[in-house]
Design a protein around this ligand. Sequence first.
Ligand code: ADP
Length: 496
Amino acid sequence: MLQNSNKQNNETMDKNLKLMGMSAIILVALFIYTIYKSSASIHSTSYYVGLIFLFILLFLSLLLRYYKDKIKKFLPQSRFSQELEKAKEKEHTPSESSSQITASSFLEFAQSSITFKDVAGIQSVKEELEEVVDFLNAPKKYLKHGIKLPKGVLLVGPPGVGKTLIARAVAGEAKVPFLYQSGASFVHIYVGMGAKRVKELFSKAKAHAPAIIFIDEIDAVGKSRSGNSNDEREATLNELLTQMDGFDGESGVIVIAATNKIEVLDEALLRAGRFDRRVFLNLPNIEDREKILSLYLKQKKYEFDIKELAFNTAGFSSAALATLINEALLNMVKRKESVLTIEDIETAKNKVEFGKKEKKILTTEQKEILAIYQACKAYISRYETTLFQEGIKSLTELFPSKTALMNHLRNYLAGSVGVEVIKGEAYVVSTQDLKEAYALAHKMVNEYKMANDALVLIESVRSDLKSEIYKHTNEVNRLKELILKQEVIKANDLSK
Ligand code: ADP
């Protein structure tokens, strides 16, 4: 839009100059014609004055046209040039193309030009999706062994971590059409239309197969059906389930959906044959941030250490990093310089920090508390853990043993107990873990009849954890330092 308005300004200026020149030429022609017709009656200098005036006009219009760029600089239009630069900057960031998709109208296919090389970091996510790409590229290879294409892939993660971008990259890599839909768009329309839209969406995708349907924020339509019901949403969700059951793995349509709230999704959506593939994306870790920053700083001149910047941007989502670099570049342009400095980054950081509510910027103490929390979880669970790991819904085992359930309880409670032991005071770090712990304890009492009292059960687990962590404070502290340094505790860090 910005570019359009600049273009319009330029066009108007050109038009005015042309008009000025044209009128001068016509007037000159008329003037010469008049002199020619009535040459006998010329007896005053006024004609010559007029002629000179017209020539000056013509000369001025040509001069203005020739020097119009230089003249523009002197006009009170500093915002004009700033905006032009801004538009140009945006043109070079990979984020632009994804916004185009959001704007695409209903049932419009797009051929994605994004590939995996536009997605920095998140290597494990790419690896998981490479199989889908290969399926789409060479279906025969799989079909001859009777292997079916996965129908649904659910990308789970907080906003701005690249869920849409990676889905587009899958489409781009496989060179198949990409159809974007937001979950909310099914619900926020006339009653009865949601289900119809879902039907249309699938039939169109099948007609264009192989193709990828991307449903953003699927929780808007796929929320659990229990509780106060919403008929429209339910009908839409039922249609979605029917459609997903209705095509087989050979149809070549893959549905990729994104959510940041897997816990609210209807269980039916997660059942086999629907979104049975789940890929979790977390906020980028330090290595990912370094790669994302390098991608956005590619072919730009800068005077700072990317590694250091990656360290200092803990908690930034990938989208926030992209915005940070863009804002910093804007600041550089404002200073009329061509080398990005750390001061540009700091100025931009303040803007991004205050402008984005959802972003987590942690103080050193907050970071330490979070690190203790995750270190205790890693120590107790023996699983790889990252600093910004979100609560992940545990998948229900078919026949869970009491030991397995008790282990889940320990994992949920380890963080909060650990912080209490090490800091000497209780802190609220993850209400999600607490909720899961209490919900599981109540289930163990009321449904599984494995204990008599949920609170007593929780208390006994907490006290075991307390003494265990207390005994191994040194090990927990080692893990804490590790996670503060590298933002991740890997499995082999634990076995030491
Ligand atoms: P989500 O769908 O998870 O909310 P998006 O895919 O819409 O996030 O990401 C928003 C923007 O952030 C993208 O358009 C892109 O500019 C940037 N971005 C996100 N993840 C990455 C990444 N891994 N590498 C490069 N840019 C990224």
